[in-house]
Design a protein around this ligand. Structure first.
Ligand code: UDX
Length: 430
């Protein structure tokens, strides 16, 4: 099927490449000409494992192409996926101006029937707004439909999540729209859940809010473990073995970041309030999340007493492993808090150095973890890169001024670290 994607960011590019891989003819467009020029040269604007070869392979096979014109997108795809950003406004609610602008643009270019599907995470009832806008601005004789088809991909394993999703959610108003989207996802082996549009929109917000809640719950339990002297890794393992709860997203640490959870929890809270329900639980999820990073900074202060003028090695800048994305990265937030207190931070990250350098010039950037640790009074593990688990700790110890590690991700083995002669602190572990 001919499919168009408007918005070639994380979601749009991954979705486009995966749909092409499954045999569809996909046109990805974006208003960012530089990004499209880069993609046309076979270069990726983001680091995502497996993405480059998938994109290149499908471009070569003639199934994937790139452009900058919404008009071309409307002409090409029977289905048009909207994958534009829905960033937070100061009050936490989602800024839907890009969605509205794209909807208006699609309407202006409509010549024959199109199914316009929201893939971006949007508050409930956005679909009906999109429908109103297209209805108003289209040539009145042209038919169209709106659908919701939220994505659930995680950065760092976006291809795997898109190719083998737990479920495909299709929110539609008619059998015709359902049939088209079922056709799109026919080559994927996953259960398909068909709902109305608003329920599909809510599934996305509720899923992300629930996952964020799991993380905050684990972080709160981590604090209890610390106070009582228990081990949060064992506690959450035991809790997660209950099939009703599940083992995922129970890792205590410095809190969640990234482009989705902070934004989606805030937007879900805001739309709930707007609808007349005070979802105070979500505010508590946010509060616990922010507290996790404050408590970690306090831990650093407990260890170093005075942070001012101390050299601190930051291992990790991205918001999680296997990505160069630093949006809402808790690692960066913690580094900023320490810099504010006068610390001299030397940072290393396997992928995010360039992006961090462009957004923060108050720290030193290093090409290896050992360079970052040179002369350090403490090293902080801030991102869960596998690389940090396999460090040459003898070498690390030698270059540090004091062999102290504060592990914000519970990545390392406390017993082993102590055996190696490190003062080692982690989250919720004795
Ligand atoms: C998330 C959702 O998982 C995905 O389904 C949705 O479509 C987009 O948002 P993403 O933001 O890419 O994906 O990353 P995810 O793996 O969910 O991690 C989010 C944050 O939570 C990261 O900062 C991560 O380090 C943190 N996290 C995750 C924890 O602190 N503990 C955990 O147990 C899991």
């Amino acid at each position: 099927m001919k499919i168009s994607i408007i918005g070639t960011g994380y979601v749009g590019l991954t979705t486009g490449a995966c749909l092409a891989e499954r045999g569809h003819a996909v046109l990805c467009v974006d208003q960012d000409r530089e990004k499209i020029a880069l993609l046309r040269r076979g270069k990726m604007p983001i680091f995502e494992p497996g993405l480059e070869s998938l994109v290149k392979g499908n471009v070569r096979a003639g199934r994937l192409s790139f452009g900058t014109s919404n008009k071309d997108a409307v002409a090409h795809g029977k289905v048009i996926f909207m994958c534009v950003a829905t960033p937070p406004r100061p009050d936490g609610s989602a800024d839907l101006s890009a969605i509205e602008a794209v909807a208006r643009d699609i309407a202006g270019h409509l010549k024959e029937f199109r199914l316009v599907a929201e893939k971006s995470t949007v508050p409930v009832a956005t679909g009906s707004r999109v429908k109103d806008v297209i209805s108003k601005y289209r040539p009145q004789h042209v038919d169209f439909e709106v659908a919701s088809n939220p994505e659930f991909l995680r950065e760092g394993c976006a291809i795997e999540d898109t190719m083998n999703p737990d479920r495909i959610v299709i929110g539609v108003e008619s059998k015709r729209a359902e049939t088209i989207l079922r056709e799109v996802y026919k080559p994927f082996k996953a259960p398909v859940l068909v709902t109305d549009i608003m329920s599909a929109e809510l599934i996305k917000h509720a899923s992300n809010a629930f996952l964020a809640m799991k993380i905050s719950f684990a972080n709160a339990v981590g604090q209890i473990c610390e106070l009582a002297g228990a081990n949060v890794v064992e506690v959450t393992r035991g809790v997660g073995m209950d099939r009703r709860i599940g083992p995922g997203f129970l890792n205590a640490g410095i809190g969640y970041g990234g482009s989705c959870f902070p934004k989606d929890v805030a937007a879900f809270e805001a739309i709930s309030r707007e609808l007349g329900y005070d979802f105070s639980l979500l505010r508590e999820v946010q509060r616990v999340n922010e507290k996790a990073r404050d408590l970690f900074v306090k831990k650093v202060e407990r260890e170093l007493w005075i942070v001012k003028d101390k050299t601190i090695a930051a291992l990790g800048l991205s918001f999680k492993a296997n990505t160069d994305d630093i949006r809402e990265s808790v690692a960066i937030k913690i580094i900023r808090m320490l810099v504010e207190k006068g610390a001299k931070v030397r940072a290393y990250d396997p992928q995010a150095l360039a992006k961090a350098r462009a957004s923060m010039n108050t720290i030193a950037y290093c090409r290896s973890p050992y360079e970052a640790a040179r002369g350090a009074d403490a090293a902080l593990v801030l991102t869960d890169w596998e690389e940090f688990r396999a460090l040459d700790f003898g070498r690390l110890k030698k270059v540090m001024a004091h062999p102290t590690i504060l592990d914000g991700r519970n990545l390392l083995d406390p017993g082993k670290m102590r055996e190696l002669g490190f003062t080692y602190r982690s989250i919720g572990r004795p």
